[in-house]
Design a protein around this ligand. Sequence first.
Ligand code: AMP
Ligand code: MG
Length: 466
Amino acid sequence: MQIPFDNTYANLPTHFHHMQGAEPVSNPALIVWNSDLARELGIVAEDKTEIAGVFSGNQTANGSAPLAQAYSGHQFGYFNPQLGDGRALLLGEVIDQSGTRFDIQLKGSGRTPFSRRGDGRAWLGPVLREYLVSEAMHAMDIPTTRALAAVSSGDPVYRETILPGAVLTRIARSHLRVGTFQYFAHRRDIEGLQTLFTYARDRHYPDAETPLDFLNCVIAAQARLIAKWMGIGFIHGVMNTDNCSISGETIDYGPCAFMDAYHPMCVFSSIDQQARYAYANQPDIIVWNMAQLATSMVPLMPDQQDSVKVFTEAIHAMPQMIQKEWITVFAAKLGVAEVTETDAQLARDLLNIAQNHDFDFTILFHSLTAQCKSITETENSDLNQWLTRWHAETTGRRDPDLMRQSNPAVIPRNHQVEAVITAAVNGDFDPFHAMLGAVTRPFETHVDYMAAPKPHQVVKATFCGT
Ligand code: AMP
Ligand code: MG
């Protein structure tokens, strides 16, 4: 296997990471390989056996310097100083055809010093879920980590039951998180914090001259990201600061889910008892997370009192920035590129109607595209009135192409993800491959994947899979 590694994180001071190899697995077998992505990254593989060997962690490719990264994080609002890669290893970095640096990371690769009581493993379900959802997000033009490979390990994983183990290979612009900054700030390791800042700045926002510039870049990237999540009904489920990326990519697909029927307080994660990370809370939570980043960056500034003031201003500006991104996203869903305040009200009113009538979020917006040119009466008078208003208020401004690109026909629906996982656990991977084909072309019609769940199919809770 040829992987053009060009590693930088491994050269950071030793307390940034723990250098170690993966724990071997018994019987690695390739489930899926993202050959297009491999090509973009310049990875040349011989055959399935070799791919399964390298991306299970059993073989070390030339140039790889595997390591577990150290980080902290607020989990559900409570600070945990010692998280880190407890079931993941960074194999190294590569630079793609466009010149962008990417991490190659194994997830489920065994124990590290950061594993605490965990086994360092992943079972097949969360691996397939992350593969499907992250590739679907990418296809919907949402910044995200990606999936390069999934390999079954041949080993059992012990959760509430015995489940088949698997390893996911994740590609990210980096795995730097808000929690990475918190790690050094919490230890009052100002030198480490400075090193991290310089590294993160050079890698992600090279034009940022000051810590404040950098903070503003992260804020802007996250504001855009969260607005995009809202536009496709995505609920991340664990927006802890360790799952909040400095690059502005969606990262960590644990208990994530897409809304079926629209409800702002929609929440799926079984561990999110207080609905902290409900759909409509996401814009507030990201501001809270950025405040944690700002707090951990205060020691980087020469005048700390002044920095608290300017950082606070930056954080206070964020809700409006998210709102602006939100309006852009939802106006595009209504076919409008040049946004006015009436468009925002139109979008809000449509969401209210959706909430009152339990409309499926994805189907509602997708079906609007067909109504772009001329309205056909629906069975719902609220919706009919709204359609008439939409047509009147956006005359001459509606763009059907913009609508098509903004309103996916297909999302990875929870009940279908679950069905795919159940089949795979029983040895049948065909449903996984079929669904992957559909969700990675989300703006095309795939009738088998477009229906809302029937009442008995509705998934009410999702699980972290840890
Ligand atoms: P997550 O909820 O996936 O963001 O993980 C939070 C923390 O728990 C991270 O430090 C993970 O590395 C760690 N972790 C999660 N699952 C496991 C596991 N099965 N074994 C060891 N560590 C784990
Ligand atoms: Mg995580």
